[in-house]
Design a protein around this ligand. Structure first.
Ligand code: F6P
Length: 319
């Protein structure tokens, strides 16, 4: 292909800038025109796009968020919306599209490709690490590190007061962020949607632990496993232990990307541009066992990623 476009879509994630930068610079290096689309599918429908030069992606690799902007777009869920977006690409001679986003954004990309045949390559950009076929998504490492920082601070105050702290983290229907941050933060309990838990039994165990001299307990709850506030209220009522709830919220989405997120996003961006230029389509680039892999786009959106059973086991053993 001789002209491609890149967009970021859905929830932003640290490293999206590095990925878009790599798409742009790889395309220019290969002598191919590259367009940036602002605010995801919404911007495509509004024709908010511009041809990019190398300097347009200068001074962004270290920034969180996405310089292209992003959006959640309901109009893209309709075939009419997608056809209009396709027309806007054709009008500018854009022959292929790289979509950087999570589950929903890749689903939108999969439909566009099925309906119009335009070459599409997806990159998994979400803090949730829930894209099937890849054991990594752009931003998950930075978000996990942000959570760890919060856990370290919460432990200080929990220990000072002999409190139970319940901390709710993001992840949508995935427990990945809760699981890895709980393991690396040394949480006593990690509640994830993928694994059943018995809150009454947990409350009984907590009471015993306190009687035996424990100074504090940290419970990490994935948002998909339940509301941190409700779980905290339940624990407080059942155990009569001094309990506080902390909902980390959108802090998890921001911040300067980690080294891992910058390097991996750059690798993925390069592969996406090269694939589009050589005419490949309907793939998502991700990582498996530390190496870049390509995944069928439609398989990726039609399957639900599972949590690594070894991590789940480790969480049990280390508790
Ligand atoms: O998909 C990323 C994510 O941050 C989820 O973890 C969370 O459930 C959701 O987005 C929040 O979405 P919004 O930013 O639209 O409130």
């Amino acid at each position: 292909l001789k002209s491609i476009a890149v967009m970021t879509s859905g929830g932003d994630s640290p490293g999206m800038n590095a990925a878009a930068r790599a798409v742009v610079r790889t395309a220019l290096y290969e002598g191919v025109k590259v367009w940036g689309i602002r605010d995801g599918y919404h911007g495509l429908l509004e024709e908010d796009m511009f041809e990019m030069k190398s300097k347009d992606v200068g001074d962004i690799i270290q920034r969180g968020g996405t310089f292209l902007g992003t959006a959640r777009c309901n109009r893209w869920k309709t075939p009419e919306g997608r056809m209009l977006g396709y027309q806007h690409l054709v009008d500018r001679g854009i022959q292929g599209l790289c979509v950087i986003g999570g589950d929903g954004s890749l689903r939108g990309a999969s439909l566009l490709s099925q309906e119009t045949g335009i070459p599409i390559v997806g990159l998994p950009g979400t803090i949730d690490n829930d894209v099937w076929g890849s054991d990594y998504t752009i931003g998950c490492d930075t978000a996990a590190n942000t959570i760890i920082d919060a856990i370290n601070k919460l432990r200080d105050t929990a220990s000072a007061h002999r409190r139970v702290i319940v901390m709710e983290v993001m992840g949508r229907s995935s427990g990945w962020l809760a699981l890895v941050s709980g393991i690396s933060g040394g949480a006593e309990y990690i509640l994830v949607p993928e694994s059943p838990f018995d809150l009454d039994k947990i409350c009984e165990d907590m009471k015993v632990a306190y009687q035996e001299g424990k100074r504090y307990i940290l419970v990490v709850v994935a948002e998909g496993a339940g509301s941190g506030q409700e779980i905290g209220d339940y624990i407080a009522k059942k155990t009569e232990l001094d309990t506080r709830v902390s909902v980390l919220g959108h802090i998890q989405r921001g911040g300067s990307p980690s080294v891992i997120d910058r390097v991996r996003a750059s690798q993925l961006g390069e592969q996406a541009a090269l694939a589009l230029i050589s005419g490949l389509s309907d793939i998502v680039f991700g990582f498996s066992k530390g190496r870049v892999v390509s995944i069928d786009l439609h398989d990726s959106v039609n399957n639900k990623k599972k949590l690594d059973p070894e991590y789940l086991h480790l969480a049990k053993v280390l508790f």
